[in-house]
Ligand binder design. Structure first.
Ligand code: CS2
Ligand code: MG
Length: 412
């Protein structure tokens, strides 16, 4: 099954997406997501200039060999750009193998371990009434688990508040559809950790009072706290029984989570900015996290994501794959196949894509009764309408950045 053609398709319906499309000599096509939010064109160049020439004529069946070839022959390993490019090839090859076998990819990964994937949605509000409405909206949409993000008094614009319009100046585009803002330069947001730490526990108390003790609630700290601040927050949130506290502190230094673990039993989820199993090695081996947040697109594909989850299973660490809108429908489908097959599945983030995106990417994954299912079509189950994609050329967009009141740059 020789690879005959390799195309890098860039489109920007509701946001920028980069997709690799492989075509074999027998006309089979495979898709892979290579979207790296705010740095998309770097991956396009990596693919077009360096990877595509290596793929033509290769046997598409040799997934593991191709993965090892791309990872090791580059000499320069790891990192978000490299691993997004490798991921796209890996996903496209699994898509091709599924189509050649006439089976959905999860069947090639060992078959289904459950009926469907528990998924969580993003509820948010600048203040409580808006937040409660957003929670109700998500319950009405069938979500059985909900992430809670709240505004903080005194801060104009912070991560994750849907109603906060994209340009913070009252423009139309909703924030929850896309944290990256179209424009020539990134937008600055402000941050105050002490104000956030004072405010958040009260918000969770109010949400529990309003919606009761059962519903799984999640929160994304978005990498903004020091280890001791994260420990304090985790402890103060314990009465509200969170499903997880995510990215409570930047985790380049994996051992910094030891301090957090010492002080709190609030479950911890980390890993959406990680790119290889090595980034998780100590966190998992030392039981410093409970959920692995890697995304198939940023972890190098289905092959390494499955291996990392097999390693995590030894330590009873479960999956919590990253699933915002900057993971394309191809990436979302790929990680749904992995999620359905692995035993140590925990939960799947599921931020729904916009209408234009769904015109470009025709998915077969389903969302019913709060469960996501990748569908039973051969391969990954997603097709890309190239003509439709052609209507939406790339638009420069950046993720915001943070400065503290004294002007210091801070994690966004
Ligand atoms: C977030 C993302 O969904 C999440 O958990 O951390 O929205 C993240 O900000 C974006 O993916 C960045 O591109
Ligand atoms: Mg996150």
């Amino acid at each position: 099954m020789r690879i005959d053609k390799a195309e890098v398709i860039v489109t920007s319906p509701d946001r920028n997406f980069v997709t690799l499309k492989l075509t074999t000599e027998d006309g089979l096509t495979g898709l892979g997501d290579a979207t790296l939010n705010g740095r998309e064109l770097a991956v396009v160049a990596y693919l077009k200039e360096h990877v595509v020439p290596l793929l033509l004529g290769r046997d598409a069946h040799r997934i593991e060999d191709t993965w090892q070839f791309l990872y090791r022959s580059a000499y320069w390993r790891r990192g978000p750009v490299t691993m997004a490019a490798v991921a796209a090839v890996d996903m496209a090859l699994w898509d091709l193998k599924g189509k050649a076998a006439g089976l959905p990819v999860y069947q090639l990964l060992g078959g289904a371990s459950r009926q469907g994937l528990l998924a969580y949605g993003h509820a948010s509000g600048k203040e409580l009434p808006e937040l409660f409405d957003s929670v109700r909206e998500h319950l009405d949409e069938g979500y059985r688990a909900i992430r809670i993000q709240t505004g903080v008094p005194g801060l104009k614009a912070i991560y994750g508040i849907a109603s906060q319009s994209a340009d913070a100046g009252g423009g139309e585009a909703r924030y929850d559809h896309e944290p990256a803002r179209r424009g020539a330069l990134p937008v600055q947001e402000d941050w105050d950790t002490r104000a956030y730490l004072r405010h958040l526990p009260g918000v969770f108390e109010a949400v529990r009072n309003e919606f009761g003790p059962e519903i799984p609630l999640l929160h994304d700290g978005h990498h903004r706290l020091t280890p001791i601040q994260a420990a304090k927050l985790g402890k103060e949130l314990e009465p509200y029984d969170l499903f997880w506290l995510e990215d409570c502190t930047p985790a380049e230094n994996q051992e910094s989570l030891r301090l957090v673990r010492q002080h709190t039993t609030t479950p911890l989820a980390i890993g959406e900015v990680f790119n290889t199993i090595w980034d998780f090695k100590d966190l998992i081996r030392e039981q410093l996290i409970d959920y692995m947040r890697g995304a198939v697109t940023h972890m190098g594909g289905i092959t390494p994501l499955k291996k990392t989850m097999d390693y995590a299973a030894m330590y009873q660490v479960k999956s919590g794959f990253h699933g915002p809108t900057d993971i394309s429908p191809v990436g979302m489908a790929a990680q749904a196949h992995v999620g359905l097959a692995i035993h140590n599945f925990g939960i799947q983030e599921y931020m729904q894509h916009g209408a234009k995106t769904n015109e470009v990417f025709h998915q077969s994954y389903t969302w019913e009764n709060g469960l996501l299912h990748p569908g039973t079509k051969p391969g990954l189950g997603v097709e890309l309408d190239v003509d439709e994609a052609g209507k939406y050329p790339y638009e420069q967009a950046y993720l915001p950045y943070n400065r503290l009141a004294d002007g210091t740059i801070h994690d966004w």
